[in-house]
Write a protein that binds this ligand. Structure first.
Ligand SMILES: [Zn+2]
Length: 399
């Protein structure tokens, strides 16, 4: 298995994607763009437009989308990696590569909490976070970017520790509440220190998920004021409905719905956010690996579930897993727009779906077929081994 990141080539790389049937931008305000061509240079989107208006000459790689839909690569806002492409939770290899086949190109760690013998002293937890950040920066399963190195808060951490972690490249905290810090006052102080040094925080919301974690109710979430209300639908046990609604109403932070939570509670959070006209705060994760396993299609399943049962257009549901997450997590991916990372997933209606087109099929609850995934301007996979087969697939016509 070759899993390291793509080698940097000295010569400029021009990718042209043409004949796009539907361009899903990832932007909640403009989810569908009137364009059929995307040009990227050296892994960055350069132009999005109509083929007749775009300079497609000199491409090093040309992809004929064959009328399929192009969306930004999906982002899983909540994963628990450990080391390499292995998870001890289910003793499974290759789980990140499997998620790539579900269209995921970026993952955000909510803590490497499944690491056997995970250190809980402060020197140890900082060392582990820096190790994980470094390791996943240079080791990219199938090309997937994993933002790992998310330390779990323990009592005794000082402002200096957050400064040191930030200087070492740590960008995200592990879920607040998974370590010994379980009170709002201490949590709030540490979250504020992290924020001061540019480290984003997520709070574990709901019932306990792993031994040592405990119930985090709405008062603790509101008091801590972490940047992301992590799995608002529970991981695995959700808060009571009135508390979920109170968090949607009273917290200004991102509302994360996960696959490994309570589906009914996830739909309640979605509907509440929609009524409050706060859909831009809704982001999606899987919280895998977990007790219920690894879900390579977890993000696609969330998109289909929220669109079909939550009654939102499919193109909007896709924004929750792309542009919304990128904005809330300050990532330069998740949108098909000039200047963004050229990471894409090509989607088409699954074969034999009752839907009359891709968006209609998702709205009816079917999963789309993934025909190709591109990361940083390079083709990572062609037809997915995990989704139902797409009716049409793109083709590399020149490389
Ligand atoms: Zn989690």
């Amino acid at each position: 298995m070759s899993h390291d990141g793509p080698a940097q080539s000295a010569s400029p790389n021009k990718l042209v994607i043409r004949n796009i049937g539907l361009l899903l931008s990832g932007d909640l305000d403009h989810p569908i763009l009137d364009a059929d061509t995307v040009v990227a240079r050296d892994g960055v989107i350069h132009i999005v437009g109509k083929e007749k208006d775009v300079d497609t000459a000199g491409a090093t790689t040309t992809i004929d989308a064959n009328g399929t839909a192009l969306a930004p690569g999906l982002i899983d806002s909540h994963v628990h990696p450990v080391c390499g492409d292995w998870t001890p939770r289910q003793n499974q290899f290759g789980w990140i590569d499997s998620c790539l086949h579900g269209g995921v190109t970026t993952m955000v760690s909510a803590g490497e909490v499944h690491t056997p013998g995970r250190p809980k002293d402060i020197v140890g937890l900082k060392a582990m976070a820096i190790f994980a950040q470094r390791a996943f920066q240079s080791f990219r399963p199938g090309g997937v970017k994993v933002f790992a190195g998310a330390p779990v808060l323990e009592h005794g951490m000082l402002e200096e520790d957050f400064k040191e972690l930030a200087a070492a490249g740590v960008k995200f905290l592990g879920e607040v509440g998974l370590g010994s810090v379980k009170d709002g006052v201490t949590g709030r102080r540490m979250v504020a220190w992290a924020r001061k040094y540019g480290i984003q925080s997520t709070i574990h919301t709901g019932g306990p998920s792993i031994p040592g974690s405990s119930l985090i109710d709405k008062d603790m979430v509101l008091e801590t004021d972490a940047d992301v209300v992590g799995h608002i639908n529970g991981g695995h046990t959700a808060l009571p409905d009135d508390q979920i609604m109170a968090l949607c109403e009273r917290s200004p932070r991102a509302l994360e719905i996960v696959h490994n939570g309570n589906e009914r509670a996830g739909l309640l959070a979605l509907r509440t956010a929609k009524e409050l006209k706060q859909l831009h705060r809704v982001i999606l994760g899987t919280d895998s690996p977990a007790g219920s396993g690894v879900q390579p299609l977890g993000i696609l399943r969330m998109i289909a579930m929220l669109s079909s049962l939550g009654e939102i257009p499919a193109e909007i549901a896709i924004c929750l897993a792309t542009g919304n997450t990128a904005k809330m997590r300050s990532l330069n991916c998740g949108l098909i727009a000039a200047g963004r990372e050229a990471s894409f997933v090509f989607l088409d209606t699954a074969q034999q779906s009752a839907g009359k087109n891709l968006l209609d099929s998702i709205r009816k609850g079917d999963l789309p077929g993934v025909g190709m995934v591109v990361i940083d301007g390079a083709v990572s996979i062609q037809r997915s081994r995990n989704t139902p087969p797409a009716t049409r697939v793109p083709e590399i016509v020149k490389s």
